[in-house]
Design a protein around this ligand. Sequence first.
Ligand SMILES: Nc1ncnc2c1ncn2[C@@H]1O[C@H](COP(=O)(O)OP(=O)(O)O)[C@@H](O)[C@H]1O
Ligand SMILES: [Mg+2]
Length: 383
Amino acid sequence: MAQSGIMKDDVQAATDHVIGLHDVSFSVEDGEIFVIMGLSGSGKSTAIRTVNRLHDITAGTVVVDGTDVATLNKRELEHFRREKMGMVFQHFALFPHRTVVDNVAYGLKVNGVATDARRRRALEALELVGLERFYLSFPRELSGGMQQRVGLARALAADLDILLMDEAFSALDPLIRRQMQDELLAMQGEMLHKTILFITHDLNEALRVGDRVCIMKDGAVVQIGTPEEILRDPATAYVAEFVKDVDQGRVLQVESVMTPPSPFTLGTTVGEAIAALSERGSAFCIDDEGRPVGVVTRDLLAASHQAPVESVMNTEFGVTTRSAPLVDAYELCASGDLVAVVDDKGALEGRIHALDLLAELGEIESKAEQVKAADPSVGEARL
Ligand SMILES: Nc1ncnc2c1ncn2[C@@H]1O[C@H](COP(=O)(O)OP(=O)(O)O)[C@@H](O)[C@H]1O
Ligand SMILES: [Mg+2]
């Protein structure tokens, strides 16, 4: 029935069977954080569970690293789960009567790793998540955030290539949650380089941690894209509704609003600067190394035409980098002048003007509104 286009609810009404997934197709690249996002009941857990075959599928294929998981027999499947991927759950799933270090080492013990080795690896994993001092504590002595760190450490201790994280941060308070997201990203950037399939019902979280995000609804894929693609180009009213609630400043990076700087070099005269100034009416001045040293505006240039720009430029301005979240630029822009975007050597590579920033945010809002207005199913989009 699903294959002939009948909707999930109708199939259920007619047959009492729930369609777990239908027409779901995506690939996850090596070393990528791929996020599956959708409301509760949209099929996220079902999807992730097909990857380690906690669920069997009735059509289609799931291939992990060249292995079609459906072809594995019982013993191969056990081996595959143990050798290939670790899972982090929403509700920690720690043993209450075991210490933190024993919880973390448990999987290694099951895998037959010797006592000393598994203790060492468990302690290393605890160090990664900042909990080495608590290794002898019991789960009940830790906060929710700390318990989730233990859950993460347990998955990391096994040192497997793939991490499956099903709403791993969803039970945490917003602040702790953001902290965990930052830590995961920092770990992944510095040394983990794991392939992570990350599930969440929170689009803010999805866009923050995901290299790419797959949005699901009613067991089907609605859109797959980079965070920026999803923000700029929501595929349906369902996605647009989520996008409206997203804190864009934390998803987008400075890069997305910066423009070429067209700076003046020191020694340029005021006369030359006035002639060359764009209609925006301000520009950076750079030194011999390309580093921004000041800003000139039309007002400042009202001096003698022969004077060099450095004699009139304003030397106070904000500085950021291309990969900084846009929210960092808000405050810098508040003073009204230009913000310099510099590379790791401090050389000017772009500029942000407050107006560009506002225009950008406004554009995303209005795009989301348009998509919602244009979608005939908007009235029935179940949100
Ligand atoms: N064991 C099950 N038996 C029947 N239906 C299930 C079972 N598990 C999940 N479902 C149904 O499958 C759909 C997707 O569930 P799930 O994958 O858990 O969603 P999510 O993780 O996105 O909240 C829901 O409609 C849910 O009711
Ligand atoms: Mg779920």
